[in-house]
Design a protein around this ligand. Structure first.
Ligand code: ATP
Length: 496
């Protein structure tokens, strides 16, 4: 049956999440902490598998990459040199009527006209809602409305008390303040004294830990350019408008690469990484039609970037960024060399030249990727009278890879089924389930995306064979228990 490309309602994912233990609200027993989430038993496995898939593809699968795990806390000079203390800001607008604050560059704004006559603006933080409000502005006769693209450079013209843009919350016109900037870095203190000398920051990106280790890695790994360093780790940003579940939070995980190249070859490497990273999402199950590349406009580029592409996913609330691939030039290495007094240049043995490498940075969010894989895999299939909820997750990402299901909870079956379970769990993320009917148990595994169920029945006791069921086609094959591990290994590697 053909699946619709439409991603499911967030409510469906939220209810599945809570019911099955993917993600919980943080500190829920105290009423929760806004936009902060904890990954439950299934969520943690899904996220771990996303990180492992990234590490395998980006670090272990390439000769030109090595890994790193830098500390979250860094010398505060790092953030001065990198430009974050001065520039890591987001624009902030407040409504003087309802006091809500928001990021104006996250607004969807429509300009509504009729026969060339301006009727007004409609705005919302959700694209569908903005377009609904735009259509309400039109009287019965047809008119036009077009979406205004807004980036940092155009914000000042659009916001402020004299503008006609309505507040996205209370919808009043003329109540928005001018755009102010707000630094996103979390500050804390190192040691017992809370004064300015002891201020340290929670890193807002993992990238700087890589730049400051460039020389250490170069000297110890004997890598030659082009080569890169990758790491996965937590980052913190005091976001003005977090939201959309785990999409935008103040504490999140990044998976980042800094790839060092000879200046002049950077444009070619930007394309290579852009294409490789796009393909990674497709290879791990996201439908190509739900992904797109968007090149940054000149006024949207970060302070360090010469060029940048975003890989965007069609989230239920509209297209939004999964990963950015930027050409950071030699900005960071030069800035750190200057601030630290250390030489961060590279001597090219072949050409006998010395230069500061350029850097290509594919920077993705673990939580966003996890959410996108999850949303894109969700399906409801009509099966006889019932609806089968199934996550068609890539077999290497599913939280549980194999479920062992004895046909019934029977004293004769249990030792054999348990023996098989103990054997499989050493190699795969495996679950054992013997509660309720086999049909119910298949449904339970489908709903969490388990690609393979192994059923142990009474014939198994005599013929030493079990049945493997494929989640997507629901096809079943019977095979000797002795072949189970290699067959499952092959299926996890290559598919059913
Ligand atoms: P956005 O424009 O959505 O704020 P960004 O361009 O500031 O994102 P980058 O600085 O490029 O993001 O960070 C790299 C990646 O880190 C993003 O593509 C995203 O996947 C992830 N990321 C950034 N901010 C957050 C956040 N607040 N919550 C979750 N993931 C985030």
């Amino acid at each position: 049956m053909a699946r619709t490309l439409q991603t499911p309602d967030m409510d469906k994912i939220l209810s599945l999440s809570k019911r099955r233990g993917f993600v919980f609200q943080s500190s829920e027993i105290y009423g929760g902490l806004a936009s902060t989430w904890d990954y439950g038993p299934l969520g943690v496995e899904l996220k771990r598998h996303v990180k492992e898939a990234w590490w395998r593809s980006v670090i272990l699968g390439r000769d030109d990459m090595v890994g790193l795990d830098a500390a979250i806390l860094m010398a505060p000079q790092t953030w001065v040199a990198s430009g974050h203390v001065q520039n890591f800001t987001d624009p902030l607008v407040e409504c003087t009527n309802c006091n809500q604050r928001f990021r104006p560059d996250h607004l969807f704004i429509y300009e509504v006209t009729q026969n060339g006559r301006f009727l007004g603006y409609a705005s919302a933080l959700d694209q569908e809602e903005a377009s609904r409000r735009a259509s309400v502005l039109l009287p019965t006769a047809p008119g036009e409305y077009r979406q205004l693209p807004i980036f940092a450079g155009t914000l000042h013209q659009l916001m402020g008390g004299s503008s006609n843009i309505p507040c996205p919350f209370c919808k009043m016109v003329g109540k928005l303040t001018d755009t102010r900037v707000f630094n996103l870095m979390f500050k804390t203190f190192m040691g017992p004294v809370e004064d300015t000398a002891s201020v340290v920051y929670l890193r807002p990106e993992t990238a700087q830990g890589i730049f400051v280790n460039f020389k250490n890695v170069l000297d110890s790994s004997r890598k030659k350019l082009p080569f890169g360093i990758g790491q996965i780790g937590k980052a913190f940003r005091n976001e003005i408008t977090p939201g959309n579940f785990t999409f935008r939070t103040r504490e999140f995980e990044q998976m980042e690469v800094e790839f060092f190249v000879k200046p002049g070859t950077d444009e070619e490497w930007l394309q290579k990484w852009r294409d490789a990273r796009f393909q990674w999402y497709v290879d791990h199950g996201i439908r190509r039609e739900n992904l797109r590349l968007r090149r940054h406009a000149a006024d949207e580029l970060a302070h360090y970037a010469k060029d940048c592409y975003d890989i965007e996913y069609r989230f239920p609330w509209g297209w939004a960024e999964l990963e950015g691939i930027a050409d950071r030039t030699d900005f960071d290495l030069k800035a750190h060399a200057q601030a630290s007094g250390q030489d961060l240049s590279y001597f090219d043995e072949e050409t006998k030249e010395r230069y500061v490498p350029y850097v290509i940075e594919p920077s993705g969010g673990v939580d966003r990727a996890t959410l996108a894989f999850w949303l894109d895999s969700y399906d409801e299939e009509q099966d006889k009278e019932e609806t089968r909820v199934v996550l068609h997750l890539h077999r290497q990402l599913a939280p549980v890879t194999v479920a062992v299901l004895p046909l019934s909870r029977n004293a004769r079956l249990a030792p054999t089924a348990q023996g098989i379970y103990q054997q499989l769990r050493r190699r795969f993320t495996t679950q054992y389930d013997d509660a309720q009917s086999i049909g119910r148990r298949y449904r339970r595994q489908d709903e969490i995306g388990t690609p393979y169920c192994v059923t142990v029945d009474f014939d198994t006791l005599d013929d030493h064979c079990v049945t493997i069921r494929d989640r997507d086609s629901m096809a079943q094959v019977r095979l000797p228990v002795a072949e189970l591990v290699p067959v499952l290994q092959d299926k996890v590697e290559h598919g059913w």
